[in-house]
Design a protein around this ligand. Structure first.
Ligand code: ADP
Ligand code: G6P
Length: 486
């Protein structure tokens, strides 16, 4: 821990994300730190734990200042947000403008100038904090859509740094991105990085197209020659894909432990030993297609294609962004449809749908994955979807069927899944039924192929590829720089 009367230490490696890997829970006495929600932290925390460096991010509480502190082998540097900034930068611009805009405008993005102003201010605060703690020539890795202006702001403050940016969510086609009144500022902000990473090649291509059409700048393969404000050459930035993954080895080990195997069996017993257990695990977000999946399951029961008592659906939904209108609405809609299906199809000894609005420890999640015969990932749009990869990693028995939306990044790696278009309810029903009825030999063949893929597609491969490429690019840039006249 550092305090204000000590000089700020400096770090050769700095990760920046809107959230720290832990989230302050002031509702407990004494207040506690719990794991932050979402796939970004699942992916980046294992990378950070094995390197020495600092993580700059928000601690999850508003109007609260925290000193830097150490936790689980990570040095954490909190950046404060005021209540107004939480509303305008986080709930507003990040999650009611950019989030829906980047996810195929599933709901209408809202554009407000006061939200944009707050986004600029908070990005500046993050950039200044990183500039203070980064050692000379350090590597700074900026993450996700909340901090898209940081790369250029950081370059202005500290041209010595190697700056990487990774977007965990999709990057939209120009035809959609063009709506954004601040599209040019966002594109220029990202171009401050030496390397800009995306989940899918299509996301990287969309970004390069935004550079060509929106800024009128040429691109050559992945390279973009970036100019400074005077029009002089500043640096070359590269935009390409680096699909993220999970710590597959450690989940595999966890799922082999007696404790988790016993808990998985216990979960099935507690659910009344259904013949088939279907599972959904998501943040409660309108991008996840939870309504579509519940509708399809409900119709299969209505039609009699699945007999009452044969199958149970467990839907685990982590609370997320709860004050935003569209998130209140999706919660209401999901809870109403669960209620309707249970009202019509549950009996005293068999409940059709179990719905949990909580988050659970990693052990419990692993036990659920191991207990479930069919995993339903039906996102309408998702940058990657780590839940799909976690399910595969936990299937040490080579069993279990994965139903996977073709609109996830994961669909490009887990090609042996049962692919679905979640908007097509008739097709979704047929695919869910085929997963429920899939012969064991086919389940095993598909699962084995997906597990083989995950063995090489690990989160360490991802971080090594990204950071290795970034190092090379920064070295090239530094060696090309002509020293100023002495
Ligand atoms: P997103 O980043 O949009 O939330 P991902 O599927 O990529 O989606 O990542 C979600 C992460 O959150 C996964 O690591 C998953 O295990 C975790 N998670 C989701 N729901 C829960 C829950 N109810 N309890 C604990 N962890 C959860
Ligand atoms: C996704 C985003 C992350 C975000 C997470 C949780 O994974 O890519 O940037 O942190 O969701 O959302 P939240 O708004 O609670 O941080």
């Amino acid at each position: 821990t550092t305090s204000t009367d000590h000089p700020t230490p400096s770090f050769d490696f700095v990760v920046m994300a809107n959230r720290l890997p832990v989230d302050r829970d002031d509702s407990q006495d004494p207040p506690a730190w719990k794991t932050s929600p979402g796939g970004l932290v699942t992916g980046v925390a294992p990378v950070m734990q094995e390197r020495t460096g600092a993580w700059v991010g928000w601690a999850g509480a508003v109007d609260a200042e925290f000193e830097p502190f150490d936790l689980d082998g990570m040095h954490l540097v909190p950046v404060p947000l005021s209540g107004k900034e939480f509303e305008r930068y986080y709930e507003g611009f990040s999650n009611a403008t950019l989030w829906p805009l980047y996810h195929d405008v599933i709901v209408h993005p809202e554009y407000h100038r006061t939200w944009w102003d707050a986004y600029v201010r908070v990005n500046e605060r993050f950039a200044r904090r990183a500039a203070e703690i980064a050692a000379p020539d350090a590597t700074v890795w900026v993450h996700d859509y909340q901090l898209q202006l940081v790369p250029q702001m950081l370059r202005d403050l500290r041209p010595d740094l190697a700056i990487g940016f990774f977007n965990h969510i999709p990057f939209p086609a120009w035809e959609i991105f063009a709506q954004l009144p601040w599209r040019a500022q966002i594109t220029r902000g990202m171009l401050g990085a030496d390397l800009i990473g995306f989940q899918r090649p299509a996301d990287a291509a969309n970004f390069r197209r935004a550079v060509r059409i929106g800024l009128g700048r040429p691109t050559k393969d992945t390279a973009i020659a970036v100019q400074d404000e005077s029009g002089a050459h500043s640096h070359t930035s590269h935009a390409r894909s680096f699909p993220i993954s999970i710590d597959a080895t450690s989940l595999d080990e966890l799922a082999r432990s007696e404790r988790i195997i016993a808990r998985a069996a216990e979960i099935r017993r507690e659910l009344g030993d259904p013949e088939v257990l279907l599972l959904g695990v998501d943040r409660l977000d309108y991008t996840k297609g939870i309504r579509h999946r519940i509708k399809a399951f409900g119709e299969l029961l209505d039609d009699g294609a699945i007999k009452p008592g044969e199958a149970t659906l467990v839907q685990i939904a982590t609370p997320s962004r709860e004050r935003i209108d569209q998130y209140r609405k999706i919660r209401h809609d999901v809870e109403q449809s669960v209620g309707r299906i249970n009202g019509e199809h549950s009996t005293l000894d068999h409940q059709a749908v179990h719905y949990f609005h909580h988050s659970y420890p990693r052990d419990e999640m692993a036990a659920y994955y191991l207990a479930a015969d069919v995993m339903l990932v039906t996102a309408l749009r998702d940058g990657m979807n780590l839940v799909a990869k976690e399910y595969v990693a936990c299937r040490t028995d080579d069993d279990g069927a994965l139903v996977l939306s073709e609109f996830t990044g994961a669909a490009e790696q887990l090609t042996q899944a049962v692919m679905v278009n979640p908007y097509d309810i008739t097709g979704l029903k047929a695919k869910i039924l085929s997963a429920v009825r899939m012969p064991p030999a086919e389940r095993s063949r598909r699962m084995k192929a997906m597990r083989r893929k995950l063995r090489t597609d690990d989160v360490r491969t991802w971080s090594r590829n990204f950071l290795g490429t970034l190092d090379d690019l920064a070295d090239t840039r530094r060696s090309a720089t002509v020293p100023a006249l002495q």
